[in-house]
Design a protein around this ligand. Structure first.
Ligand code: SF4
Length: 376
């Protein structure tokens, strides 16, 4: 049965369903307190001639709120077991590929490899909760990572408030959980089986993480699954809802696009680079102080252009397979294909050549250390 969207997630920016006009776009660009209506105007066909102005505005706002800094992080895939049937994912339970989890000494080796590369912020990833890689396993991995990194985040399965609190106690400061699409009908079609089929449970999980004391929550949609304007408006509403209720925690937003993966799922709503750039500019304009992330899914030239132009946090040198940092070459059976395979030094030197500064130790972790009586 298709789930009902909660009232706060109203996807229609204009009650009468009218189309945005150039005057709406100009109003959105001049607005001091933009909301989903302004976002929809900036994403409408009427905004097409305003791309350059939007890019300049996005750059200026990024510079004002983040300076020349690009915060660096790295994903670490702990396990690829999964019981879900996400139609678009290479780790879905019907995909034939080797399954494994990192045993704790192996996880330590991967962490050591990331430290060697200079990272101080790590994002630990698993698939759905399974007997191979469940909550207790993740908790142990978080504890190991917290001894080594200044910031530890997880991207795993939705949890209870109590579980999130235990992870926070063990040193986890961030939870990333994408809704994938906010369109309940598309969500139901794409999530063919498994616990992830529960749209409302997933939608509510970031609030539980914040309630449990997580410092940051990462939201996002997987571009290509559904109408991107609908999803962008809902993403903004979700972020606004969480910020109103849990104002002590921070939000980050990501813009993953569907990449080729096992199963060859084709995007029903393809999003090209020009549109993705416009989305980043528009979100930066309506949420000037929220960190916006771009991963290595995208190709180098696009990432180079977007760094500092809305985007304030990036990964580099990423491997998307379990145990990937210990392998000489990227594996072909990762969760998705990496578009930017440059090394960390190569990526950092590109940033510096553009007047940007890669930063590996983020301010949030400095704050955490200070609270713990450390030296930051
Ligand atoms: S997206 Fe996550 S939950 Fe869905 S199949 Fe892939 S790993 Fe499992």
């Amino acid at each position: 049965m298709t789930p009902r969207m909660p009232a706060w997630l109203d996807p229609s920016p204009w009650p009468d369903g009218r189309r945005a006009t150039p005057a709406d776009v100009e109003r959105a660009l001049a607005c001091d307190d933009p909301d989903p209506r302004e976002l929809a105007a900036l994403l409408s066909p009427a905004a097409h001639p305003f791309m350059e102005i939007m890019a300049q505005r996005a750059r200026a706002l990024t510079r004002r709120h983040f300076g020349r800094i690009i915060s660096m992080y790295a994903p670490l895939y702990l396990a690829n077991y999964c019981t879900n049937g996400c139609a678009y994912c290479g780790f879905a339970s019907d995909r034939v590929q080797p399954r494994r989890r990192l045993e704790l000494p192996e996880a330590e080796e991967e962490m050591a490899a990331l430290k060697e590369m200079g990272f101080e912020e790590v994002l630990l990833l698993t698939g759905e909760r399974t007997s191979h890689a469940g909550f207790d396993y993740l908790l142990e991995c978080v504890s190991l990572a917290a001894q080594r990194f200044h910031a530890v985040g997880i991207e795993a399965f939705p949890m209870t408030t109590r579980e999130y609190a235990l992870l926070a106690e063990a040193g986890c400061s961030g939870v990333t959980l994408y809704q994938e699409t906010y369109d309940p009908r598309r969500y139901d079609l794409l999530h063919r089986w498994g616990p992830k089929k529960d749209y409302l449970d997933r939608l509510d999980a970031p609030a539980r993480a914040m309630e449990a004391g997580m410092r940051t929550v990462g939201l996002g949609v997987l571009l290509g699954l559904s109408d991107p304007v609908f999803d962008a408006v809902c993403l903004l509403r979700h972020a606004g809802h969480l910020r109103r209720i849990h104002w002590k925690s921070g939000i980050t937003l990501s813009f993953p696009r569907l990449r080729p993966q096992a199963g060859n799922f084709a995007a029903m709503f393809p999003v090209d680079e020009a549109w993705l750039a416009r989305l980043v500019f528009a979100v930066r304009i309506v949420l000037p102080d929220v960190p916006l992330l771009l991963s290595t899914r995208e190709r180098p030239e696009f990432r180079d252009g977007m760094a500092g132009l809305g985007i304030s946090k990036m990964s580099a040198g990423s491997r998307t397979s379990v145990g990937g940092y210990g392998e000489a070459e990227p594996a072909t059976e990762g969760q998705f294909q990496v578009g930017d395979t440059r090394s960390v030094p190569e990526f950092c030197s590109m940033l510096r050549s553009r007047g940007l500064e890669p930063v590996f130790r983020n301010r949030d972790s400095v704050f955490r250390d200070a609270e713990a009586g450390g030296h930051g």
